[in-house]
Design a protein around this ligand. Structure first.
Ligand code: BES
Ligand code: MN
Ligand code: ZN
Length: 503
């Protein structure tokens, strides 16, 4: 969908549909909604008086204008209470309206910027939300259907109409930011939705190399002999069972080259298929495990967007990519690995492979001189049990960095909840034969996984995001559609901007 900003009176726009809105409790609509109401001889206020339009969140009313104004339809979108309106609400309402128009066969529409009036949002933020919501809400992944029926049924143009021409520049900049954020999240969704026979470590490396040349990122892509040389026994232990070559991907954006310590490392788990390895999963548990590279997809996609937004900060994205397969050459329960950090790990369960791959990513990032680490991983089934698909689980050794991550998530509508890191949990990872064991038993599985990672982040400020519950969704809601969510790509982009602004 193409999105553009135009100045003018939306009631004079010739379009199959114009989109206005109504806050809950408003009986006499003002602004663009009021103008549309007058042009329609009071149709909207009559529906309000009748109780059909109440302005509730999620309420969408389509009025056919029958030639009274140049537009064929007026869509009234309910926004809920004005006091509690947020950019997230603007994203959701835009997504829902765009999808409704698509299913009605409408190909072009014009909208006002929701929330920039009595909603009290900054105009640029509101415009960004409209672009993000529209693009993300209309997302589909249909490339493997031999008949692509959606192709000729899509909303392909959205004009954002603003009466006050002095606000046009802010709207344009917001729309452009929204496009960059949404396209990054959609790249992550595409990568995760791709089947595991296509989205191999090599394919992720190709996408990373493409982004590097498109956006002038520095890139290093290590293959297994190079990983061998660096002593990456964790990632290589997981890769042993697979015929697909593993890839260790490093992309760097230099936004503050004179201050190399002003940096951020974004680390992603990139298991392109997690069968469990020799500790084999059940068929049912295995089916969705193409999504086990969602962390890698998020960090790679985010740095592509960061390179376009150009914050004053150096950012490195690292994706540790391999399959986790069972075979005659696969690692075995009981194996002891020597990781890049020098620490040894006893592999109690080959299905706890993400933390092995990430242990080397953390060591590599620290050796590079990264001063702030954020890792993203579909790490544990236990986080799904604890938090469901409502929020991301977070763990840290540094409250200040976590506060920044949570705030960035809040701004993006990606919720993050902290879990504790009490020392006592470390005992569950104790091994009889090596420095640490890769599983901590049945209790507090997400926390013991995080405590394992903490062995490798050591004293570097670090946040771990467990996205096992949030990477995929099985229902359509707001701007999310079934399949990959693209979480937390937008949060990572926003985090880079926020840290840059903090200086
Ligand atoms: N990739 C899985 C975690 C997962 C579960 C992601 C459900 C998405 C949805 C991870 O590698 C895994 O298998 N974890 C094990 C760890 C256990 C063996 C200690 C788990 O959670 O069962
Ligand atoms: Mn696993
Ligand atoms: Zn996994």
């Amino acid at each position: 969908m193409e999105i553009k900003a135009i100045a003018g009176d939306i009631t004079q726009v010739e379009s199959p549909a114009i989109i206005v809105n109504l806050f809950e409790g408003v009986e006499a609509p003002g602004g663009a909604t009021g103008a549309a109401d007058r042009a329609l001889g009071g149709a909207i206020s009559n529906l309000i008086a009748d109780g059909e339009i109440r302005g509730k969140k999620g309420e969408i009313t389509i009025i056919h204008t029958l030639g009274r104004i140049p537009a064929a339809r007026v869509v009234v979108a309910g926004l809920g209470k004005a006091e509690s309106f947020t950019p997230e609400a603007a994203r959701r309402v835009t997504a829902a309206v765009c999808r409704r128009l698509r299913s009605a066969g409408v190909r072009r529409a014009a909208t006002i910027v929701h929330g920039a009036g009595i909603g009290g949002l900054d105009v640029r933020d509101a415009a960004q939300a409209v672009a993000e919501g529209g693009l993300l809400g209309l997302y589909t992944f249909r490339r493997y259907f031999s008949k692509n029926e959606d192709a000729d049924r899509t909303l392909d143009e959205l004009s954002v109409v603003e009466q006050d021409a002095s606000r046009l520049a802010d709207i344009e900049s917001g729309l452009e930011r929204g496009r960059i954020f949404a396209e990054a999240a959609m790249l992550a969704r595409n990568m995760v939705n791709e089947p595991p026979n296509h989205m191999t470590p090599t394919h992720i490396a190709d996408i990373a190399a493409g982004l590097a040349s498109e956006h002038a990122l520095e890139s290093t892509i290590l293959d297994s002999p190079q990983m061998e040389e660096l002593g990456m026994g964790g990632l290589l232990g997981v890769a042993k069972g697979s015929v697909e070559p593993p890839k260790f991907i490093v992309l760097t954006y230099k936004g503050d080259p004179d201050n190399p310590d002003n940096n951020l490392g974004l680390l992603g788990k990139g298991i392109t298929m997690d069968t469990g390895g020799i500790s084999l999963k059940t068929s049912a548990a295995m089916f969705s495990m193409k999504s086990d590279m969602s962390g890698a997809a998020a960090v790679v996609s985010a740095i592509g967007a960061i390179a376009q937004l150009k914050p004053r900060l150096n950012v490195t994205a690292i994706a540790a990519c391999t399959e986790n397969m069972p075979s005659g050459s696969a690692q075995k329960p009981g194996d002891v690995l020597r990781t890049m950090s020098g620490k040894t790990v006893e592999v109690e369960n080959t299905d706890a492979e993400g933390r092995l791959a990430l242990s080397d990513a953390l060591a590599y990032a620290r050796q590079m001189g990264i001063t702030r680490l954020v890792d993203v991983a579909t790490l544990t089934g236990a986080i799904v049990t604890a938090l469901g698909d409502v929020c991301i689980g977070a763990f840290t050794n540094n409250d200040e960095l976590l506060d920044s991550v949570i705030a960035a998530g809040e701004a993006c509508g990606e919720r993050i909840w902290e879990l504790p890191m009490y020392e006592e949990y470390k005992e569950q990872n104790r091994s009889q034969v090596a420095d640490v064991k890769n599983t901590g038993g049945a209790r507090a599985g997400s926390i013991t996984a995080a405590q394992f990672l903490a062995e490798f982040s050591e004293d570097t400020p670090w946040v771990h995001l467990d996205i096992a519950g949030t990477a995929m969704t099985d229902r359509e809601s707001g701007y999310q559609v079934r399949g990959a969510t693209g979480v937390p790509t937008r949060t990572l982009i926003r985090l880079a901007e926020d840290l840059a602004a903090q200086g």
